[in-house]
Design a protein around this ligand. Structure first.
Ligand code: SF4
Length: 344
């Protein structure tokens, strides 16, 4: 165990990427980086981290911003619940806790959007507390180094890896050790074809010895993907266009998009045209081909229908805005992608 710790910490010193959240112990910046980096690649996360630290240099700035501004700045990063939690938590820290960031693992974990991994990361990186991080990289490194065949997505596997990870923590330098094992998994012990012949652990790694590298870590469950069918209606009259705010507890909550009808199954254009006729008394003059948008557990199948007028009866949910102002609203990535490729 001591060799493992020493070797990966030495490797980290020589190979780590220079990233701005690694040069600070300010819990606000570390928390920002950790929320941004959840489900996000480092290169993309870096861009958003710089934007957020520039636009909101203190927790008070973030807490005082409007939700629309925060969602706008988050646009393109996906998983918008993270941005809403970020904003809600900033308000609690700024106003209820008077700007003092919680400094114990349990208090940090009680913040919205913070689970075991993020609480351990903030506790160790900001306060150098002895909590081991367990993310996808750590699962991979430990499962290969020890050749563990317990599934990482089973409750028994999760408990086992959490225990092992905690046992592997050195007696000091918790922050550096946690950064080292994660970076080692991200750059050296990569998912496919890791370069084991140049690995500092090559003589100690049990999966290498047992030729099971490609089988580690073990996962049991397949992610079930839900197919959804969205029909967006672009009602446009000269420079006026209609948007709606998505308020229901679902994907894209609090974001804006064109009025939408969701159908349970793939629905043909003729059927949709008769629905539009019944609901709005209008027929589209054109429609897009199907656009597929993949989320973590959902596949969105979207078709956009073009109308050259606004509906005679405007629903209360409809927001009439200028076509030039669409980008001022926080939009789901799917809508953003559509606008990049279509002149509205
Ligand atoms: S020897 Fe290969 S599988 Fe083992 S820790 Fe190193 S890179 Fe990962």
């Amino acid at each position: 165990m001591a060799d493992f710790q020493r070797l990966i910490m030495e490797w980290y010193r020589l190979n780590k990427r220079e990233l701005p959240w690694r040069t600070t112990v300010d819990p606000y910046f570390i928390w920002l980086s950790e929320i941004i980096l959840q489900q996000t690649r480092v290169a993309q996360g870096l861009e958003y981290y710089l934007k957020f630290t520039n636009n909101y240099p203190t927790v008070f700035d973030l807490a005082s911003a409007s939700e629309t501004d925060v969602l706008n700045d988050w646009q393109g990063l996906g998983y918008y619940s993270r941005a809403r939690n970020l904003h809600a938590t900033a308000k609690i820290i700024a106003f209820d806790l008077k700007g003092r960031f919680p400094d114990s693992f349990d208090q940090i974990k009680s913040l919205k959007g913070v689970g075991d991994y993020t609480a351990a990361a903030i506790s160790s990186f900001a306060f150098d507390l002895p909590y081991s991080v367990v993310d996808g990289n750590v699962y991979r490194v430990l499962s290969r180094f020890l050749d563990i065949d317990l599934p990482i997505d089973s409750s028994i596997g999760k408990k086992y890896f959490a225990k092992i990870a905690q046992e592997f923590l050195p007696i000091n330098d918790f922050a550096i050790y946690n950064q080292s094992i994660m970076e080692f998994g991200a750059l050296q012990c990569v998912p496919i074809n890791p370069p084991c012949d140049i690995c500092v652990l090559t003589n100690l790694c049990l999966a290498r010895l047992n030729k099971t590298i490609a089988l580690r870590p073990v996962k049991t469950k397949k992610v079930k993907v839900r197919n959804r069918f969205f029909h967006f209606m672009i009602f446009k009259d000269n420079d006026k266009i209609i948007l709606v705010k998505r308020i229901q507890k679902d994907i894209w909550q609090h974001l804006f998009h064109f009025p939408l009808i969701e159908t349970e199954f793939e629905t043909g254009i003729d059927v949709m045209c008769s629905i539009f006729q019944d609901d709005f008394g209008l027929k589209p003059y054109d429609f897009s081909s199907k656009i597929t948008h993949i989320l973590s557990h959902q596949k969105i199948n979207a078709v956009f229908y073009f109308f050259d007028t606004l509906p005679p009866n405007l629903s209360n949910d409809f927001i009439v805005t200028k076509t030039t102002a669409i980008q001022d609203f926080p939009l789901p990535r799917l809508i953003d992608r559509f606008l990049e490729n279509n002149d509205i």
